[in-house]
Ligand binder design. Structure first.
Ligand SMILES: Cc1cc2nc3c(=O)[nH]c(=O)nc-3n(C[C@H](O)[C@H](O)[C@H](O)COP(=O)(O)O)c2cc1C
Length: 380
């Protein structure tokens, strides 16, 4: 690492806790849970690897708050029946590394439920076979989130991420396209309500519990997040910033900035080789959000995409104040030891090759691992 390495290695105070450095392991589903979404030995192995890697923050992959609406057949579920497994995961992680902050991303799959599962959508559109979720159903879903948040705290996790990105249920509310006529649609206040209510619930947990949300700043669809209204397709963040203001007022400690909807605009979410434009777009979104909300911790995405320049790009953006944290997704799958190696022996880093194989496994609903680095799945 160059002589600016202290930027990535510098501590960051968050919620009375010291984050040891600016490396963030973004949530990466490995779709390898045990029966009923329980924590399997493979899942434990995966997070133990990340614990050894010296990350500042690790996000446990998208974890459903219910068994009835799942995006992936072997996705994790945080409910009462699985609490013991999550406690074990946290205990083992913390016994290896008690400095890294371990958060969990909680989600409901919404219209992106797998073919084997149930689907609901937030507002009416041309996906006619999917029912619009009713207001009473939403109250039940919020209750399930509240239970999962409480369980996350009981399991010893340092905080929760209320997932509002990538086209899952939480993100769908935020769109200008959401014209529901009840308290969850139409005005910006109503579109923000589902997430802000959950942020408020999470704030009621332990005083030092870290709470935030991952958003798709721009989704790349007409009327999606990051557009001015339902008829617009180009970037305009006026609406989105108003929403984020409400997240911050509800008590969000951080905003984790992502983009796109993998099923519709996958290159925006996970740029591939030669995807520099998408990567730089992420840097721009993050910079604008950091400028608009200077007091909130901001986490950027798609740092894997910089190849071997990813470390210096992360340094640069942190140094310039464009982001507080650099989030690495595929890189944490390719080499969980990435931060430790970056500090001590950068020549030994296994860089993600952006081959796209992990994304293909995700799409095919198979167990996920880095096929470039391993001939067999190490988590089975
Ligand atoms: C296999 C796979 C699984 C992913 N799982 C999640 C997830 O659970 N939650 C989430 O917010 N994003 C998820 N993502 C998106 C990544 O966190 C990240 O935003 C994306 O890969 C781009 O960042 P990168 O260039 O650092 O990989 C996933 C991506 C891939 C390829």
């Amino acid at each position: 690492m160059d002589n600016n390495s202290n930027r990535l290695q510098s501590v960051y105070p968050l919620k009375g806790k010291t984050i040891p450095n600016r490396f963030v392991a973004q949530a990466m589903e490995i779709n390898t849970a045990g029966t009923g979404g329980s924590v399997s030995d493979g899942v434990i192995k995966r997070y133990n690897e990340l614990a050894k890697g010296g990350w500042g923050i690790v996000f446990i992959e998208a974890t459903s708050i219910t068994k009835t609406h799942l995006a992936r057949r072997n996705g994790l579920v945080l409910d009462k029946t699985n609490l013991g497994g999550f406690k074990r995961l946290v205990d083992e992680f913390k016994s290896i590394n008690d400095k890294c902050r371990l958060l969990i991303q909680l989600t409901h799959s919404g219209r992106q439920g797998g073919a084997f599962s149930n689907k609901v959508k937030v507002y009416d559109d041309d996906q006619s076979s999917i029912p619009v979720v009713t207001e009473p159903e939403l109250e039940t879903i919020k209750q399930q989130f509240a239970e999962a948040i409480e369980l996350a705290c009981r399991a010893g996790l340092d905080g929760v991420d209320v997932k509002a990105c990538h086209g899952y249920l939480g993100g769908e509310f935020l769109r200008p396209l959401n014209k529901r006529s009840d308290i969850y649609g139409g005005s910006i206040e109503n579109r923000s309500r589902f997430i802000t209510d959950l942020i408020s619930v999470a704030k009621e947990q332990a005083r030092d519990f870290i709470v935030g949300s991952r958003i798709s700043a721009f989704e790349g669809i007409r009327g999606g997040c990051g557009t001015a209204d339902e008829n617009e397709v180009i970037e305009d963040f006026t609406d989105m910033f108003d929403i984020l203001d409400r997240f911050v007022n509800a008590g969000a400690d951080y905003i984790n900035v992502s983009g796109g909807i993998p099923t519709k605009t996958p290159l925006l979410t996970r740029p591939l080789k030669n995807g520099d434009f998408y990567r730089i777009s992420h840097y721009r979104y993050t910079k604008l959000i950091k400028q608009a909300f200077p007091k909130v911790a901001v986490i950027g995405s798609t740092y894997t995409t910089g190849d071997e320049a990813c470390l210096s790009l992360a340094q640069e953006n942190i140094k310039k104040g464009y982001t507080d944290f650099a989030g690495f997704g595929r890189q944490n799958l390719a080499d969980p030891m990435f931060p430790v190696k970056a500090l001590n022996r950068p020549e030994t880093i296994d860089y993600c090759t952006l081959c796209g194989k992990c994304s293909r496994l995700l799409k095919a609903d198979q167990n996920i691992y880095c096929q470039t680095r391993h001939s067999n799945n190490p988590y089975l």
